[in-house]
Design a protein around this ligand. Structure first.
Ligand code: CA
Length: 320
């Protein structure tokens, strides 16, 4: 089995926490760094959450870098709904042990570019926050970014409504300009959006099993995710669980056969109208012989959940 070198670009909220745990739990992955973005929470607090989670999961050697702190064309401002969904502290208002380790001095975007040059096709990048860091890196060194083996994002909605507006998904809505730069570049991108994450759900039946491992990591992760499950029960009672948005993107980056992919050329609507931040086919490139976005439109949720649970339980048992 070849081990993938992976960078996670996160805005550490609850599902980003699960994405981090998934990358650590899967032996097919070597997590070489975490890039912190704004989104669910401010970038510096997202970085702090990532450091604490890495400590909880006994991975204090994974470096954490600060990425871009604002969208391309406006200032980031945390909105109330983010505190409601992810908790005031971004991780379900669960207190994790403070860490003394700081974020790295190197800029996150530079780390991304350097890693692209160093590892090329052996590098996998999974972005589960806004696309601002990816767009900044493409702008700064397109040729280096073009060398990356796989870029998978959690974001967008093609066949289902958005979760911010009827058209817009949250990660894309944070910075549609950056997302559009990524989609209309010549880099190949796999889009894991609400089309599949609304159908990939976790309940307290599963988090109870994490808790029962008796490990601090299992108990704390269950506390964090139970907060999210309760919020989902209020906001989306029809779903019957919480969406595994960000960890599904990590799973798909490791094993794309979890999903059915539609190959398309896509764009993001950046005009400030009702269609703001919509991810949709790019009419200007619809008939191009080459396509660069692969949109996940269906998911083998049973198999994914089985793999997800096996990895998490194995990790929590190991950390006892
Ligand atoms: Ca996220």
């Amino acid at each position: 089995m070849s081990v993938k070198k992976m960078i996670l670009d996160v805005d550490t909220g609850v599902d980003d926490a699960m994405a981090i745990a998934y990358a650590i739990a899967d032996p097919a992955v070597e997590l070489i760094g975490i890039l912190s973005s704004y989104g669910n929470i401010e970038a510096d607090r997202a970085a702090d959450n990532a450091l604490k989670l890495l400590h909880l999961l006994h991975e204090d050697d994974v470096p954490v870098f600060l990425g871009e702190t604002d969208p391309v064309d406006h200032k980031y401002q945390r909105i109330d709904i983010n505190a409601q969904i992810h908790g005031e502290n971004g991780i379900g208002d669960v207190e994790l042990e403070e860490v003394t380790r700081p974020v790295e001095n190197e800029d996150g975007v530079d780390f991304l570019i350097e890693s692209a040059k160093k590892y090329g096709k052996d590098l996998t990048v999974v972005a589960t926050g806004p696309m601002t860091n990816l767009a900044a890196a493409i702008e700064k060194d397109h040729d280096a970014m073009k060398m990356i083996g796989d870029i998978t994002i959690m974001g967008g909605a093609l066949t289902v409504p958005g979760n911010v507006t009827p058209c817009a998904e949250a990660n894309i809505e944070q910075d549609p300009v950056a997302a559009n730069e990524l989609f209309t570049s010549d880099l190949t991108v796999t889009m894991v959006g609400l089309d599949v994450t609304y159908r990939t759900l976790l309940t307290k039946k599963e988090t109870k099993l994490w808790r029962e491992t008796g490990s601090e990591a299992g108990i704390k992760m269950a506390d964090i995710v139970d907060y999210y499950i309760d919020v989902y029960a209020d906001i989306y009672p029809e779903l019957g669980g919480c969406s595994l948005h960000d960890p599904l993107a990590v799973g798909v980056a490791i094993d794309p056969t979890f999903v059915t992919l539609l190959h398309m050329n896509m764009k993001v609507t950046t005009e400030h109208d009702a269609y703001y931040a919509r991810t949709i086919g790019d009419k200007a490139r619809l008939n191009d012989p080459t396509t660069n976005v692969r949109v996940a439109v269906d998911v083998d949720k049973e198999r994914y959940l089985e793999v997800f649970m096996n990895l998490f339980l194995e990790l929590f048992n190991k950390l006892k």
